[in-house]
Structure formats: C-alpha cells, structure tokens
Design a protein around this ligand. Structure first.
Ligand code: ATP
Ligand code: MG
Length: 250
C-alpha cells in the first residue's frame, strides 16, 4: 500500500514499520514490515500470540517508542520524522493511552489524574465535556478519591477518562481489561465501544480475549511481527477460530 492511500482514510497508520530490539546475535525483529491503517471513528482490536509485536506496534503508533524504519502517520503528521519536542506535544494533545496497569499517580486525586495530560500541556479541560465524561464513566462521586481508595474497575475508568478528556485523535489501550474481573472488564469495554459510537472516538485496543475483541468493529491479527489477517465485525466464534488457525500455523 502507498503511504498516501493509507493516510487518506486512517486516523493513524503504520507503513512498512520495522522495529528491531538489540543488535547482532541477540537482535529481535519485533515488527517485520507492518502496513496497516486504523479508520477514524472505529474500534479496532489487535490480537495475536504472546510476543507477536502487539505492544510494540501500539507503542510505536503512539510515539512512546521509535521504530527502526518505516513510517507512523498520525493524520498528516509522520511521527517518525518529528523532533522530540513535537512528538511530546503530539503525545499529550493528539493521543490517549490506557495501560493494563492503569498507571495512575498515587498522590493525585481522581480528578487531578484525569486532567494531568491537559495540565502538562497548559490546557484547561472543557468543563462540559469533563462533566459528561465523569458522569458517563460513573466517577462523579469519586473525583476527590486517590487511586488507592478506588477499586480496580474504578481506577481503569479514571485512566480511560484521562485518555479521553482531551478528545484525542486516537486512543490506544493495551489490554485495558487484563487486570479486571469480568464485570468491571465488560463495563470498560462498553465504555470504549460507546465512546466510539457516541463521540466518534477512534480506538485501537490490544487484547488476548475473544470476548473483548467482539466489542470491536474490526480485529487485526499479528504473528511474528507481521500482519496475519483481519476480521470485519468480529464475534467470539470468528475470533476464536482465527486464533486457533494462527496457533495451528494455518
Ligand atoms: N524492550 C525490549 N527489548 C528487547 N526485546 C523486546 C523489548 N520489548 C519487546 N521485545 C521483544 O519483542 C517481541 C514483541 O514483543 P511485544 O511486547 O510487542 O509482544 P506482545 O505481542 O505485546 O506480547 P504479549 O501478548 O505477551 O504482551 C518479543 O519477542 C519481545 O521479547
Ligand atoms: Mg503486550
């Protein structure tokens, strides 16, 4: 695919992306020429065996890690060709990230954790959107609590609010339900899906769980650092089948 073609439709795209960790005999080719676009206003899940490059791909797409070669296009911006200053600004203002382990600051209240990226960028949250977000996420009564005073599900909802509050062009979530019980996990997945449906948010999520992937509009499969197929409008059965075929090397 030509870079321009990917770019026209995609909120974010990788073009022939390669990531090599280390050098010489111990070098690991974590991404081996990945070209994939993620459409605006869609919810995409990335799946594949452990070590297939899912987190590496997300980190490169989000500007948290630098690729060895290839391009990362965020809208019209090639993130691989930006100075650190521009990359940091893009990360703060155009990208949201949700980690498996929440990554909240323990000394800050929920409200302060949510607005931290905006504070760092010297921006004020839109008060109406902030209210709508915390109400939707069921956090209105928890804003003065610190992370240690919140359940795992509540902490992940705070992390989600933090990722969404600046209305970023893309939200990346790396196994956001990995540390949650099934009820809290389902709640977080519904919120992700609703933010795509109601706010037009673009979301890319890594998951191992076919049930979680079924919330997405599309599943992209990785194996050995390469694209290994995709599923449009996935359900649990189609995702489970595809994973079994991958594991069997078919
Ligand atoms: N910082 C690093 N240094 C060296 N090798 C790394 C580093 N990070 C990842 N790798 C290697 O790159 C490959 C891809 O790792 P990655 O974390 O992207 O996989 P993943 O698909 O997210 O796996 P999992 O499902 O277990 O989270 C693996 O072989 C891994 O060991
Ligand atoms: Mg990973």
């Amino acid at each position: 695919m030509q870079p321009k073609l990917v770019q026209q439709h995609a909120a974010v795209a990788a073009v022939d992306l390669v990531k090599v960790y280390g050098a010489g005999d111990t070098a690991v080719r974590a991404l081996d020429g990945v070209t994939v676009g993620f459409d605006r206003g869609r919810f995409t899940a990335i799946m594949g065996p452990s070590g297939s490059g899912k987190s590496t791909l997300m980190h490169c797409l989000a500007g948290l890690d630098t690729a060895t070669s290839g391009q990362v296009l965020l809208g019209d911006t090639d993130l691989t060709r930006q100075p650190d200053r521009v990359l940091t600004k893009a990360r703060r203002e155009r990208i949201g990230f949700v980690f498996q382990s929440f990554n909240l600051l323990p000394q800050l209240t929920a409200a302060a954790n949510i607005t931290l990226p905006l504070d760092l960028a010297g921006l004020n949250p839109d008060p109406e959107f902030f209210d709508r977000l915390v109400t939707t996420l069921g956090l209105a009564g928890r804003l003065t609590h610190r992370p240690s005073e919140l359940s795992g599900g509540q902490q992940q909802r705070v992390a989600l609010a933090r990722a969404l509050v600046s209305r970023p062009e893309v939200v990346f979530a790396d196994e956001p339900t990995g540390n949650l019980d099934s009820r809290s996990g389902a709640e977080v997945l519904r919120l992700l899906r609703d933010s795509v449906r109601d706010l037009g948010q673009t979301i890319v999520m890594v998951t191992h769980d076919p049930g979680a992937a079924a919330y997405a509009d599309r599943v992209v499969m990785l194996a050995d650092g390469r694209l290994a197929g995709e599923i449009d409008r996935p359900d649990i059965a189609s995702v489970t089948d595809a994973l079994q075929s991958l594991a069997a090397g078919r």
